[in-house]
Every structure is written in structure tokens, then in C-alpha cells.
Design a protein around this ligand. Structure first.
Ligand SMILES: [Fe+2]
Length: 141
């Protein structure tokens, strides 16, 4: 089998392992028996280890993926970042202006503060966070 074939196999494995984690988490929430809860918690831990192991092999076989995993992507979903603007567009509201090249000392948070519209997900005084859903956030915008 080729390296690309092995990469595809690993991604298929990852999909199945992650789906299994999701199912075990759901089952754990539904389980009432203590032994069953412990069994599911143990199975969940093992599935997470399988994800880590598959990623470890994928990193070796796919250097581009390894670099992507090593990079810091947190600026993509910070307030005022590309993810914030894309989400604003999806929700049909004005978002922060496109990021211009910030001054060397400017922080991403400072750019978000200058926008007319608060960043998506910004907490407004008196907001009940437990009641927030995508629908309620749409209504706020
Ligand atoms: Fe597994």
C-alpha cells in the first residue's frame, strides 16, 4: 500500500475512533449503573488513546499534516479573526472590518475592540450564558 493510501486509512481510523468517543460519551451520560459508568469511562479513555496513536502515525506519514498540527492556529478563531468574520457573514450580520495589517504592537483583541459590532460571542452585561444557543445569538445580532 502507498503512503497516501496509509494516510487515507489513518484518517478513516480517526473518523471511526472519534465517532466511537462521541457514542461512548453519550452512553456514559445515559448509564445509571456504577460498573457500567466505569466501564464506559475506561473505554472512552482507550478510544482517546487510539486517536492519539493514529495521529502519531499520521504525523510521521504526512509531514504537511504534522506541520499543520504544530502551528498555532488560535488567531483563526479569536475575536476579530477570520473565523469571527466568517461566522458573522454566515449569521448575516455586520462583522468586524477585514483585518488590515496590524501594527507590530497591536494585539488581535485591540482590533476587535475598535469594531462597531461586538465580536461574536461577546458577553453582554446581564446575559444568561446558560441560555445561549446559536438561535439566541442570531436574535441578539
Ligand atoms: Fe479504538
Amino acid at each position: 500500500m502507498s503512503v497516501v493510501g496509509d494516510q487515507q486509512l489513518l484518517r478513516e481510523i480517526l473518523m471511526r475512533e472519534i465517532e466511537t468517543i462521541h457514542r461512548y460519551q453519550e452512553m456514559l451520560q445515559r448509564a445509571a449503573d456504577d460498573d457500567l459508568q466505569r466501564f464506559l469511562a475506561h473505554a472512552l479513555q482507550e478510544e482517546k488513546e487510539h486517536v492519539a496513536e493514529a495521529i502519531q502515525i499520521l504525523r510521521r506519514l504526512d509531514p504537511m499534516q504534522a506541520r499543520a498540527l504544530d502551528e498555532d492556529h488560535s488567531d483563526h478563531f479569536r475575536a476579530g479573526g477570520p473565523g469571527d468574520r466568517a461566522l458573522s457573514e454566515l449569521l448575516g450580520r455586520a462583522g468586524p472590518p477585514p483585518a488590515s495589517k496590524p501594527a507590530a504592537s497591536a494585539e488581535p483583541e485591540a482590533a476587535a475592540e475598535s469594531a462597531d459590532v461586538p465580536p461574536f460571542g461577546a458577553v453582554r452585561p446581564g446575559s444568561d450564558l446558560s441560555a445561549r444557543t446559536v438561535g439566541s445569538l442570531r436574535q441578539e445580532s
